[in-house]
Design a binder for this molecule. Structure first.
Ligand SMILES: Cc1cc2nc3c(=O)[nH]c(=O)nc-3n(C[C@H](O)[C@H](O)[C@H](O)COP(=O)(O)OP(=O)(O)OC[C@H]3O[C@@H](n4cnc5c(N)ncnc54)[C@H](O)[C@@H]3O)c2cc1C
Length: 379
């Protein structure tokens, strides 16, 4: 997670109609600045685990691919490889993909995760008849495993970036950030959430040329807590607000939207580009996530295994905690304890050593909250 600081310029620029239907803020009223926060700790006891979710992030060191390619009589518009930020960036890269598509009455979208569904909806909004083809549908996609915090984390390696990608990344993030705010929160499972980034060492400002990639404009209420406010004893804490998207609500809502707008969703696997050439649609959006590796031979695309230990829901925990290689995201369906990033690992089998590491590290952070004061957030 990059260092990020407060700026409200983009939000302030939102038209009133968009601001009016923004996702609701579910975080309860917060104590005023300067007051010691009291946060309910997550109970990370092993006997509270209700499940372990595992997914493979579709990661490319040089970042996602949005570009078009001619294949036989078709235009293929690639839109894949979003790493740990595919839900976050979905509407943004979908918009970039649509810019690269020639005009057509019909199109196919390969993939029914967050990226495919956002692409399908934008294609419909441009007046296209859309058929989504996918080997697996929600709830059996990687997008269902996502947190999903609105923030494009783990999307690229800094040393592999091109300047063209930097432009695409910043544009996609801004477009997606605004689009998510237009979706009614209850229907789509979207809410605002305060995040506390908890570190053992002090924060440092990024050099000025990192700041656009750090998306400082999209980081709201972002500041370092003063020692007298900081509830995480022995740690340095920074806060920021962002959206949370609950995939179990969000993805079915988008599938419903696609169908209600006249789209079809068909279960079909494509093994080679020749299979795609048999489709009737002249324009095909390739939103197959990690599947693009074998389908189009992009061997830069690799899995980054992520594992979530999910403990019983705790409604009194109303904030996200992001520590060193750990995080805790409370949701209606449980508190997600994450923070594993295993590059090149293909298995979906839970890793018990990582379960132990994550629980121990979470425990030490939540233990630091072991006191009560006069102001309580969310209790
Ligand atoms: C533990 C974990 C936590 C995460 N947390 C976050 C988070 O907080 N925020 C965030 O933004 N992102 C997060 N992510 C990343 C996010 O899940 C991915 O970036 C995102 O799901 C990618 O979406 P997608 O639509 O490209 O791929 P997928 O969801 O994998 O969808 C791909 C679709 O393509 C189909 N497909 C694939 N190959 C073929 C084929 N050959 N033929 C036909 N269909 C095919 C699949 O069946 C599926 O329908 C997390 C990931 C993990 C694992």
């Amino acid at each position: 997670m990059p260092f990020i600081c407060p700026r409200r310029t983009l939000l302030a620029a939102l038209p009133a109609s968009v601001a009016a239907c923004a996702a609701p803020r579910l975080t309860p009223p917060l104590p005023s600045r300067g007051t010691r926060l009291v946060l309910a700790p997550v109970d990370v006891a092993r006997d509270r685990i209700i499940r372990i979710d595992v997914g493979l992030r579709p990661f490319r060191p040089a970042g996602f691919v949005v570009r078009n390619e001619i294949l036989g009589d078709k235009t293929i518009v690639h839109n894949y490889g979003h790493g740990g930020g595919g839900v976050t960036l979905s509407w943004g890269t979908a918009a970039l993909a649509l810019e690269q598509a020639p005009p057509a009455r019909h199109c196919a979208v390969l993939g029914c995760g967050a990226v495919g569904l956002a692409t399908a909806r934008l294609a419909q909004e441009r007046g296209m008849q859309v058929t989504v083809y996918a080997a697996a549908l929600p709830p059996d996609t990687t997008s269902n495993v996502a947190g999903a915090q609105w923030w494009p984390s783990y999307v690229y390696d800094e040393d592999a970036l091109t300047s063209a990608f930097r432009v695409q990344f910043v544009r996609a993030a801004g477009l997606a950030y605004h689009r998510f705010q237009t979706l009614p929160g209850e229907t789509y499972g979207i809410s605002w959430r305060r995040n506390y980034v908890v570190r053992a060492t002090p924060y440092r400002e990024p050099p000025p040329d990192d700041r656009s990639m750090a998306l400082t404009d999209l980081c709201i209420e972002c500041r370092i807590l003063e020692p007298r406010e900081n509830p995480f004893r022995g740690f340095f804490t920074r806060q920021f607000d962002t959206m949370m998207i609950e995939p179990a609500l969000y993805l079915p809502a988008l599938m419903r939207d696609v169908r209600e707008a006249g789209g079809r969703i068909v279960v079909r696997r494509f093994n080679t580009p020749a299979d795609i050439l048999r489709l009737t649609e002249p324009v095909v959006f390739n939103c197959t996530g990690l599947g693009a590796r074998d389908l189009f031979g992009d061997y830069d695309l690799i899995p980054v295994k992520g594992q979530l230990v999910v403990v019983l829901p705790q409604p009194e925990v109303t904030y996200n905690m992001i520590g060193d290689a750990i995080y805790a995201f409370p949701r209606r369906d449980g508190v997600l304890l994450g923070g594993t990033e295993q590059r090149g690992v293909w298995t979906l089998t839970p890793d018990q050593a990582e379960v132990t590491r994550v629980l121990a590290a979470q425990k030490s952070v939540f233990k630091s909250l072991g006191y009560r004061d006069t102001v309580t957030e969310g209790v």
